[in-house]
Write a protein that binds this ligand. Structure first.
Ligand code: NAD
Length: 499
């Protein structure tokens, strides 16, 4: 059986833990490969190679590092077809969506091609007599990223793209469910001219994560995954004096006002709720129509659209979405649907019994739609992460707008309306990190920054854009005095001030 090994110091590294994870083909339900799980000592080996390599990489001028990023981008683009089908074969998302996953990561790499500009410090001439002040951003040393299964290309590139471009070395601990693509990215980085040891991939489970969180030479940890683990990573990493950003789960709402473009809104909701089988932290699994007429119309149209949806294997170019990632996840989603039924929500479309002919053992779930979900239900409070859309009816705009603000998660939210002032006020007031106005999946472009609020993110710095540059660097400020005779001074015994 194919085995996925670690990638340490520029080469394949076969570990000796004797512990492995199964990699499934979600289309067939079969185990297609296995991935090594690292020991603490193997993690240390990767960190030591990173520590060694980082010194020269940090000393290279930023334009040289940017050229490596540029070549890496070119190589990923040149291998797009192979990478996308590889990604789909382990994740289960359709190939067109895998290309989107890779492309969104590449947009962060594009941002890093301009890293010399982002690293320019600040300068004040004449801050005092003969005194100039300037600041610079310097890399931290070795950083680490721990990533989820649902974006095995984009999220690693969010992290290592910025981290290495500013001069760090990096350890990536990707999801054990679809780990092959991250290794391919590290190989391409090497081929692009990235020095050995700058981008390492170490696979594993909690043992590998704990080895990262407690390692004295890892200075910063970026995590994306579910909220309980995000909180664990944040608290353990910070207790070990690391800088930590830890993004968690989500339950994003789409608020639908009566004046919206209903045709477009329905299309947007369907794509955002069911695309990638709902396995996106920026999916829209909750829709809140305002007023009974809007809700009834929306429900009717959503049912009609759902009937046109085609669920298929990930290589089926005509499929709207593919299987979920594992049998365990499929059962979890089905259980959460049952929970909604038990709590009294109305299951209008039930996708639980869906099977795909010829792929009966694949991890498929048909689209499900709930109506009359209420905020007190557990099914509303919980992240389902599957192809399930819940209608929560609201009588007024105020009632609708309060829902995302009061939810435990605060990743993204969207509002569909033609009312500019209402949308503007909503965007300013809502207690959520990323807002879409007639945009169903408001993942910010790479030169802005990604991050949710509340239980969707722990730590205070977002992913990519200038926030990413800030996270992966530390600031040094130099106060320089070149005295001439005119400005010569006696000893000063009070704190220097600028009069
Ligand atoms: P997960 O939390 O199960 O796994 C994420 C990472 O943590 C993986 O690398 C995994 O190996 C590791 N991990 C798992 N269990 C661990 C443990 N007990 N101790 C230490 N590490 C552990 O998440 P997932 O199922 O891979 O991804 C789906 C989740 O990620 C969803 O909740 C989704 O909302 C979230 N997500 C959030 C964002 C965001 O930016 N907010 C983006 C994508 C996904």
């Amino acid at each position: 059986m194919r085995q996925v090994d670690h990638f340490i110091n520029g080469e394949r590294f076969v570990g000796s833990s004797g512990r492995f994870g199964d990699i499934f083909n979600p289309n067939t339900g079969e185990v297609q490969a296995r991935v090594q799980f690292a020991t603490e000592a193997e993690m240390d080996l990767a960190v030591q190679s990173a520590v060694k390599a980082q010194v020269d990489w940090a000393a290279a001028n930023p334009q040289r590092r940017a050229r490596v990023m540029f070549e890496f981008k070119r190589l990923v683009e040149a291998n797009m077809e192979e990478l996308a089908s590889l990604l789909s074969s382990e994740h289960g998302k359709v190939v067109a969506d895998s290309k989107g996953d890779i492309q969104r990561g590449l947009e962060v790499i594009e941002f890093t091609c301009g890293i010399p500009h982002a690293l320019k410090g600040e300068y004040t001439e004449g801050a005092g007599p003969g005194i100039d002040v300037y600041s610079m951003r310097q890399p931290l040393g070795v950083g680490a990223g721990i990533t989820p299964f649902n974006f095995p290309a984009m999220i690693p590139m969010w992290m290592f793209g910025v981290a290495v471009a500013v001069g760090n070395a990096f350890i990536l601990k990707p999801s054990e469910k679809d780990p092959t693509l991250p290794v391919r990215l590290a190989e391409l980085f090497l081929e692009a001219g990235g020095p050995k040891g700058i981008l390492n991939v170490v696979h594993g489970d909690k043992v590998a994560v704990d080895a990262i969180l407690t390692h004295p030479d890892i200075k910063a940890v970026s995590f994306v995954g579910s909220s309980d683990i995000a909180h664990y990573v944040y608290s353990t990493g910070t207790a070990h004096s690391k800088r930590v950003q830890a993004m968690g789960g989500a339950k994003n709402h789409g608020i639908v006002l009566p004046d919206c473009d209903m045709d477009q809104t329905v299309k947007d909701l369907i794509g955002a709720a069911y695309g990638s089988a709902g396995e996106r932290c920026m999916a829209l699994p909750v829709v809140v129509p305002v007023g009974k007429a809007t809700a009834d119309e929306l429900r009717k149209r959503l049912i009609a659209e759902i009937e046109t949806l085609r669920v298929g294997i990930s290589s089926d170019a005509g499929a709207h979405y593919g299987p979920v990632v594992s049998a365990a996840h499929r059962e979890k989603v089905k259980g959460l649907i049952q929970q909604g039924v038990d709590e009294g929500a109305e299951l209008v479309v039930d996708g639980r019994d869906f099977t795909l002919q010829g792929y009966e053992k694949g991890f498929f779930i048909g689209p499900s739609l709930f109506d009359n979900v209420t905020p007190d239900m557990e099914t509303y409070k919980t992240e389902i992460f599957g192809p399930v859309l819940q209608i929560v009816r609201a009588e007024t705009f105020e009632e609708a707008a309060a829902l995302p603000s009061n939810h435990q998660y605060g990743n993204g939210v969207a509002i569909f309306t033609r009312n500019g002032p209402a949308a503007r006020t909503f965007a300013a007031k809502v207690n959520v990190g990323m807002v879409g106005i007639n945009v169903p999946i408001p993942v910010p472009v790479a030169y802005h920054t990604f991050g949710g609020w509340k239980r969707s993110a722990f730590g205070d710095t977002n992913q990519h854009g200038m926030e990413g540059v800030k996270f992966w660097t530390k600031v040094k400020t130099v106060t320089a005095r070149w005295p001439d005779d005119e400005h010569a001074r006696d000893s000063a015994f009070i704190i220097p001030t600028m009069k």
